[in-house]
Design a protein around this ligand. Structure first.
Ligand code: ADP
Ligand code: MG
Length: 276
């Protein structure tokens, strides 16, 4: 099995795309579990009121459970709400509950409304005894204040793209928002990774979309693509990622390869920065 030696600082990655159903949540939880399986300590922050990432990680998130809502709105310390996924002691989750559905509106009148997640995360990371290697943030399908909080807290943006006809539509809007964030809130945010998801290699359309995305973003697109696979879509109903549910399936293998690529790229990028 692959074991990667992680070192350096915590990489905070927001998984975003304002389109729904492109594989944000699936990518967040499976990459997180795959990274944990190769030795990383990973925190998933569930920023979607639907709470699908919490479900897939096997973490309770009923309305009575302290959640990311309490962190954003009532300034609970993140340490008070983080749970350990039954999948691995290295896999942590800040769950979302249904209360988060109101947060988008409640945040509007709050002080430092765009920075609340970042402040909470900085406090949490600063107080940890064991370093986190990755924080992955699962965003809701919109460009509202929850997503802005994720953009403000992260250094890296990972965009999952579903290989279908409208794949690139909306991407310029997303990248426009990123430029606004870079200018006004977080100059460190950059598009580091694009992952092609739900790929069906039998269709010409999927190949064409993949080629088009690679032409536009040659540096960012991972060589690994995630195939469409029933096992991937079944896993959440067992409160598991596909890594735990069926580790030999094509989807699990692909997510592990993507995780290794991301981990190695990070090391390479750090080297490049050191050379400047
Ligand atoms: P988003 O978070 O962007 O809304 P999801 O991750 O929830 O998207 O995925 C949307 C739907 O597609 C879910 O039902 C999920 O199980 C399914 N899905 C995602 N990736 C795959 C895949 N590689 N193969 C099959 N189904 C997938
Ligand atoms: Mg989702």
């Amino acid at each position: 099995a692959v074991e990667i030696e992680f070192s350096g600082s915590t990489r905070v990655v927001t998984v975003s795309n304002q389109k729904g159903g492109v594989g944000k949540t699936t990518t967040t939880v499976n990459l997180a579990s795959a990274l944990a399986s190769v030795g990383a300590r990973v925190l998933v922050i569930d920023l979607d009121p639907q709470g699908n990432a919490s479900t897939a990680l096997g973490v309770p998130h009923t309305a009575d459970i302290p959640s990311i809502y309490d962190v954003l709105i009532d300034e609970f310390p993140l340490a008070d709400i983080v749970q350990v996924s039954p999948e691995s002691p290295r896999l942590l989750c800040a769950p979302s509950t249904i209360h988060l559905a109101g947060a988008e509106i409640e945040l509007v009148s709050q002080v430092a409304r765009e920075h609340r997640l970042r402040t909470a995360l900085d406090d949490y990371i600063g107080g940890l005894e064991e370093r986190l290697d990755f924080v992955l943030i699962d965003c809701p399908p919109s460009l509202g204040l929850l997503t802005i909080n994720a953009f403000t807290a992260a250094q890296e943006l990972l965009i999952p793209i579903q290989c279908e006809y409208y794949a690139l539509e909306g991407l310029s809007q997303l990248l426009g928002s990123v430029r606004m964030i870079q200018k006004h809130l977080n100059p460190n945010l950059h598009l580091s990774t694009i992952l092609l998801t739900m790929y069906d290699g039998r269709t010409r359309l999927a190949q064409q979309v993949a080629d088009e995305v690679r032409t536009h973003f040659p540096q960012e697109v991972l060589s690994t693509v995630i195939p469409r696979s029933v096992r991937v879509s079944e896993a959440p109903s067992f409160g598991q990622t596909v890594i735990a549910y069926d580790g030999q399936s094509a989807g699990a293998v692909a997510y592990r390869e993507a995780a290794v690529e991301i981990a190695r790229r990070g090391l390479k990028n750090t080297d490049n920065e050191g050379a400047h």
